[in-house]
Design a protein around this ligand. Sequence first.
Ligand code: OGA
Ligand code: MN
Length: 357
Amino acid sequence: MAKKPASIVECREDAFRKIFKFYKRRTPPPDFSDVVDFSKSTTSDKVVPVKMDPDAVSDCDAARVGLLPTRDWRAFNLQGYPGFIFISNPFLRGSQAFWVRQCLKTYPQKPNVCNLDMHMSPTDTQDIWAKSVRNLSRPVGKREPKTLLERLRWVTLGYHYNWNSKTYSANHYTPFPTELRLLSHQIAAACGFPGFSAEAGILNYYRSDSSLGIHVDESELDHSRPLLSFSFGQSAIFLLGGTQRQDPPTAMYMHSGDLMVMSGQSRLLYHAVPRIVPAPQEVACSWVSDQQGGAGVEQQVSSEDWAVCSKYIHSSRINVTVRQVLGPGQSFPETPLPDGQQTEGKRRRCGYSPEHT
Ligand code: OGA
Ligand code: MN
């Protein structure tokens, strides 16, 4: 086959990047009218409602982790992306408070790993929450420039992702949080993956000016298992591309409480977050009462904790991705790659945690 002229190759190569830059642009602000919004009951030929397996999760088990009965979930497929499932906020009213508190107060604690550990001593990153809250309550003039919570960018759970070698390893593992394992297990089961085992988690913390570069999540050793993604706080523009870096992506909103499941042919697609956008009014309003009145997981969140969490999510976004690293009976290669050495295949942007402009 004849080689394509360089100009055509370049043009194709730029398709994802061009759309990424379009949505990242500040002035003039981009036109968002092409962004798919699953929270709206729009009839689009691209968005196909999908029913969850009604017997996979009992209502009682779902409620235990703050989820609505699976028959009430609003779940969708996207034309052209087999294996991609978008679930529009399946959380019970009020229960997001619990998950936000876990992401801000519990998961950054040791033995989990966070970005602050890279350049601070273990004693200095010992209790990020307590140190931050203490500082927040100080008179304005006596505060440090930024609290540790405000400087938090990522946390890893379970098999801790090594950002340099882009690998997980058997010898860097700490117990995966039980309740997040349970939540993930139920979501995967409802989507047709009953044997899913949550083994690694990456939490990303975004400010209003953060973005996440174009990448594929391929470091897990078994790609037949889905990747789950949860979003809390401010909304994001999420771009879902193809198997080639240059394939043009589809833009969609990810609002607070929304879930994505990347499985099957969509497990290894390029994706990115070019922009954080303000949560719609009705979403932000629902946080005001998130901690009151219910009888579920949100009852575990004290009003003091919720005051801090609620303030945080009014200007930031938290994304949690949960991954199964190993297939059944699979183990890590005998000789792990030396630190800093990259795996074969597509290279992802170094680090791939959110960037701030
Ligand atoms: C990731 C990721 C997307 C998001 O952490 O790998 O793609 O919505 N996150 O923040
Ligand atoms: Mn990703």
